[in-house]
Design a protein around this ligand. Sequence first.
Ligand code: FES
Length: 114
Amino acid sequence: METVLETKAWVRACKVEDIPANGGACVMIDGEQIAIFNFERRGEWYATQNLCPHKQQMVLSRGMIGATKDEPKVACPFHKKNFSLKTGACMGEEDYQLKTYEIKVEGSDVFVGL
Ligand code: FES
């Protein structure tokens, strides 16, 4: 059986000040739009695909962030579907799924793990 090794590269995505506190912004990395969220109230950062899988809109970085039962989430600004920022899973009954990325902050730089 073949073993697939996962290699992850940390890519500098933006500066901390590029992302509004308790909000998000979109960055382009390797031709892909990635939504980065600074959940300052919780002291947490998240990164997901920017594409909402419901109607294929590039909007999630502009979604409102919050939490349901302590699960951090983003609500798509279009039809308000909620997605877990931790797992990317749709929190409604549909099984839409977002890609999520590891994220870290070092000094004033934000890195995304690809
Ligand atoms: S486009 Fe995001 S919920 Fe419909």
